[in-house]
Design a binder for this molecule. Sequence first.
Ligand SMILES: C[S@@+](CC[C@H](N)C(=O)[O-])C[C@H]1O[C@@H](n2cnc3c(N)ncnc32)[C@H](O)[C@@H]1O
Length: 270
Amino acid sequence: MNEHNPLIEEVVSAVLSKPKYNAILPGLAMQIAERELAKGRKPREAIKEVSAKLHQVGAAYFKLAPRYKQWKTELENLPGDPADEGVRAFCLKVMQAHSSTAERLPILEDFFRETLASLAPLESLADLACGLNPLALPWMPLASGARYGGCDIFSDLIDFDNAFLTHCGLHAGLTSADVFSYTIGKPVQLALLLKSLPCLEQLEKGCAQEMLENIPAMYILASYPIRSLGGKSKGMRQTYSAQFEALTADKKWKVTRFDFPSELAYLVEK
Ligand SMILES: C[S@@+](CC[C@H](N)C(=O)[O-])C[C@H]1O[C@@H](n2cnc3c(N)ncnc32)[C@H](O)[C@@H]1O
């Protein structure tokens, strides 16, 4: 990547100056800007395209403006036990801010019990493109002091997720990183790819296959949304099940499918 191309710098700094994108990974904005300019777009058009892509893959999911500062203050007054009622109520409230976790709330308990019960207690996991899912900790079968890594593209989101996990006694190691350049240092028992493959495919077409093959995890829990952000279903369950089943068809992996009213999930055992 040519970091000193003045046009790329102009586009990236215009995009990152918008409050909606100021905590987003500059490297990702730079990569998209480089691609758009290579298509011959003028900087003004490139700014629009880069902003639209970052909106589509990340910013669009914030239903409510995240209140990290206020949430951190509230957290300080809560016990560090994820089973505590006050902590659970806090998590449910915070998860409403991100569409992806918000739409999982009605199935939260069943989702993690049914998909992960057989793996309990988990000692290590990598939550890739995590959003606010670390706040689902009280519903996940993790051992106390478990290693919780992973990444997302918003630095303020990652900072808050890590603060929450640390508060609850976990070994928190989430990183603000693009999943395509993120490496899981030490193999993990479980990798989560919750509702993120369609989003990542919008950045790198065909990435799902490679990710499934290369993630150093014994198990991968991958899931898909059943409705678009606008609320339309458009046969998404059928489309995504066909896609995922084709990706794993010729593999010697054990794949278990879970159909929830608002989410389609697969547990892959490698
Ligand atoms: C559909 S949401 C899923 C969030 C979470 N996994 C869940 O299920 O609640 C997609 C997430 O992917 C993140 N994301 C998008 N592109 C990414 C990338 N290249 N690297 C890491 N995270 C990314 C977004 O910021 C967003 O949090």
